[in-house]
Design a protein around this ligand. Structure first.
Ligand code: NAD
Ligand code: UD1
Length: 339
């Protein structure tokens, strides 16, 4: 019995592999290393003292994926593999639809053909679109996404729901992540974005380490407590633990489609994050206020109560711990896995 982790070498995937192994699950990883480095998996082995098979394989490669299912007894799949850069998705929509949606359909076909019908999918708070008011609940209407990346998540949710409707043996758990940051306590694995980061925390830590000069704060005229954008930042290890609970739930036979927000339920502004980081690390951040970033909303945070009720999961780590751990990873590995 094993869990197949697609995209397991990536940021959230590698942390989830650690928590799955620590919880006693056997795992198998499939990753094409498009946005990751196989060294992250070596570090997962080092951190857990456990071994597992990792296949260099694209989820769209039906033959390669079929071989993984034939060589291992896979009971459930945690499906992280996908492209995730919002800006890039606007420039390369076909690549995003092909990789994320095409890849998920191909993966599900191989799963079905091998009799494995349990999937936990990496969705995103982005499926709530621009018009719902926080705290966001799983029962709210989704859609109205503003970029191809977000639309792939929205469409994959619908595709998985339709697959479950058509065949009652299928079980799909859709996990809607809020803003994952932080890193493993050891400082051995963490987020390793290609090029100049788009997201707040990796940009901030690269300013702190001296790789980038100044953090631009996108707007201070939002209707929030200090005018800067408010988000629900969640420690990646809490998020990883949410996957362990979701897999347990699916393997215990909880049927059909289940949807959970994975967030803390708390909103922090950009300035709160900067202050929290300075307090947690003692490092000063050079920043300036600039215009709003197009497409951003003022406030986005979760109501995470359903995950607590059903999965017994709740986020435990606070913003200072998130900042401290992000910083340990960045300062010990200024060049990511190349160090
Ligand atoms: P990541 O880029 O670090 O990890 C994704 C992994 O998938 C990488 O290792 C990449 O090489 C691999 N991959 C991509 N396409 C593949 C393919 N066709 N076949 C095999 N492997 C492939 O990203 P992450 O931050 O760990 O995100 C994991 C998942 O969670 C993604 O689906 C992402 O969209 C989703 N998500 C991420 C965030 C976030 O803020 N990080 C928020 C919401 C949802
Ligand atoms: C973004 C994506 C979202 C995706 C998520 C993954 C957009 C519009 N949304 O969310 O679809 O699921 O990443 O983590 O891109 N900020 C700055 N300066 C920066 C970077 C960010 O001030 O250099 C601010 C933003 O305006 C926002 C907050 O920091 O208020 C968080 O931004 P970011 O980390 O990019 O995440 P989201 O925009 O919430």
């Amino acid at each position: 019995m094993a869990i197949l982790v697609t995209g397991g070498a990536g940021f959230i995937g590698s942390h989830t592999c650690v928590e799955l192994l620590n919880a006693g699950y056997d795992i198998v990883v499939a990753d094409n290393y498009y946005n990751s480095n196989p060294k992250s998996l070596e570090r997962v082995k080092e951190l857990t003292g456990k071994d597992f098979k990792a296949y260099e394989c694209d989820i769209r490669d039906t033959e390669g994926m079929d071989k993984i299912f034939k060589e291992n007894k896979i009971d459930a799949v945690i499906h992280f593999a996908g492209l995730k850069a919002v800006g890039e998705s606007c420039r390369k929509p076909m690549e995003y639809y092909d990789n994320n949606i095409g890849g998920t359909i191909k993966l599900c076909e191989v799963m079905r053909d091998n009799g494995c019908k349990n999937i936990v999918f990496s969705s995103s708070a982005t499926v709530y679109g621009m018009n719902n008011v926080s705290p966001l609940k799983e029962t709210m209407k989704t859609g109205g996404t503003t970029n191809p990346y977000g639309t792939t998540k929205y469409m994959i949710e619908i595709i998985l729901e339709d697959i479950c409707k058509a065949d009652s043996e299928w079980n799909a758990t859709l996990l809607r992540y809020f803003n994952p940051i932080g890193a493993h306590k050891s400082g051995r694995i963490g987020e390793n974005p290609n090029g100049i980061p788009n997201n707040l925390m990796p940009y901030l830590t690269q300013v702190a380490v001296g790789k980038l000069e100044c953090l631009s704060v996108f707007g201070n005229d939002y209707d929030t407590h200090d005018g800067t954008g408010v988000r629900d930042y969640i420690h990646v290890v809490d998020l990883a633990d949410g996957h362990v609970k979701a897999v347990k739930n699916i393997l215990e036979g909880n049927k059909g489609v289940q949807i959970f927000n994975l967030g803390t339920g708390k909103g922090y502004s950009v300035l709160d994050v900067i202050n929290g980081f300075e307090k947690a690390t003692g490092v000063k951040i050079n920043y300036k206020i600039v215009d709003r970033r197009p497409g951003d909303i003022a406030t986005c945070y979760s109501d995470p109560s359903k995950a607590k009720e059903v999965l017994g999961w709740e986020a435990k780590r606070d913003i200072e711990e998130m900042c401290e751990d992000s910083w340990r990873w960045q300062s010990q590995n200024p060049n990511g896995f190349e160090d």
